[in-house]
Design a protein around this ligand. Sequence first.
Ligand code: ADP
Ligand code: MG
Ligand code: MG
Ligand code: MG
Ligand code: MG
Length: 636
Amino acid sequence: MGLLSEGSPLSWEETKKLADHVRKHGVIQFINLFKRLRDRQGDVLKWGDEVEYILVKFNDVEKTAKVSLRAEKYLSILQEKEHKDPDIVKSLWRPEYGAYMMEGTPGKPYGGLLAHFNVVEANMQYRRREATRLLESGEALMSLTNFPRLGAEDFTDPPAKPNPHSGASKSLFFPDEAIFPGHPRFKTLTRNIRSRRGEKVAINLPIFRDKNVSLPFKENLDKFGDDGSSEKAAKENHVYMDAMGFGMGCCCLQLTFQACNIGEARTLYDQLTPLCPIMLALTAASPFYRGYITDVDCRWNVISASVDCRTEEERGLRPLKENKFRISKSRYDSIDSYLSEQGARYNDVPLTYDDEIYNQLLDNGIDKLLAQHVAHLFIRDTVSLFSEKVHQNDSEDTDHFENIQSTNWQTMRFKPPPINSSIGWRVEFRPCEVQITDFENAAIVCFVVLLTRVILSFKLNLLIPISKVDENMARAQKRNAIRTEKFWFRKDITSNTQSDDIKEEYTEFTVDEIVNGKEGTFPGLIPLVNSYLSSMDADADTHCSIQRYIKFIQKRASGELLTTASWLRKEVLSHPEYKKDSRISERINYDLLKKIHDIETNKIPCPDLLGPCTISKTSETVPAAVTKAENCPSLD
Ligand code: ADP
Ligand code: MG
Ligand code: MG
Ligand code: MG
Ligand code: MG
């Protein structure tokens, strides 16, 4: 594993003492990097997806499904061919937080050909087959946002008991054995986030109030070995969780795009921001936590709370004494500021940052918008530091910058080029929940990539105030948001007219209206995508794939097809063993996951979720004839 070169993790006490050192050098490293790469031009569109998976172990005799803690073993096999020759592999595999998780990406990023949209799904299928071949009997690789009984009694295979009094999480429910063991980063982060906060993380999700949930709903935490701290942190009528694993143990679908230069990257970063909550609502896939049905459909706030390392002072519960700032959000949350000139007027949330760092960035020729972005990232302390990485050459290394950057887990990430590489300025789109089938995941990926092309070529303007994006993030996670919520969205996205009063520029729409359009009022994202595509010639198979994806997105948005979250709820609520008590028993969990596995392997159709079955025409490679025939530059 490439990551292993990092060496040995420092203790929390040592790491804490080096927080200012990492900050100081991280900022200098960014300045040096910026000076070298600010004028980099002419990179072409490249893009790629990341899909996270969980390993599930079925026991067909006892009718149970557990998470299988064997990812490390499979990863070491899956990475062998990459170690031998990274240039020819069709997939790359990486560890993730859970000992039961893996992340797969295409072997190389895709490029500007329309025909690449026809390769995405086939590559996802290839990854699934490739990893599945290695599995033990009874095991399955599943792209599921959350394992429904994660943290419920006896949820792992092999069995492991939580260690509330020792270990990295000190969780009542989530054993350290469920954290990926092959690299110290994951346990170190877990320990340090808890230590920095001064107590265990606390996640409270409203419980779904079905008929037989007796209210107030409050669990007896004594029986789990609570020392009283969980009792204090757990809220009434909520499902309580107390470990990083409940959030970082969830799976997601991410996308990275390379821009032609820094300016285009800043534009894409901004323009995709208002789409984050919309895509979160559209991909909602995680209503179940710790064996309970909750009243939310998404993982977002769970992860946010699961790595919330802010102290009581920073959270505003005590007057500032030890710490420098009140901080309004967890280090995992939606972004706080736009980066482009066009975005400046929509930056309406006060940004916390250290003036000294901000001024240092300005003094080095970095403009205000980028300076405040970077200074704001650097309000966070390092929560994972390795002895070999403490002392660095600030004009060649960027580890301290990357240390802070990569532990600011936000809806969008602005990725500078690595020094001395062929990679350009990139932007990562991070809100989406992962879907059950490769078809759905490919559809979402292709839709978002097409949106970036439409945004750039039609010069769309989707910007609304950051505070409204934040409101939308909260709405997106509500149960059935796609059918019941409205979202703030810009009224006129095709012309760049500004009103004296920003409030005139946006209003509330349903996801259906945003995606499919509203007669006489709003054009809709899909009609814009279609008009963009109408000027381009795709080969027949690619055209067919893109149309399947577009139709699917349209139907999800209109509510004709269920979101994954709604479908999961429906399945559990109609299970013969379900007792209207908002609990997912071992048997319900088993039957549900079996069915999901049958759907993802095409054994059974699922029209509620996917629509009428259509045969996939995707292929693992772009045929040479297509490469030549296609008008290549048009996608760029
Ligand atoms: P991270 O985990 O830091 O987000 P990964 O390396 O796991 O990054 O995945 C990044 C994604 O970016 C992958 O899908 C990969 O194919 C894609 N990618 C790689 N190189 C480029 C590039 N130059 N431009 C855009 N995307 C790229
Ligand atoms: Mg990755
Ligand atoms: Mg992750
Ligand atoms: Mg990942
Ligand atoms: Mg990523």
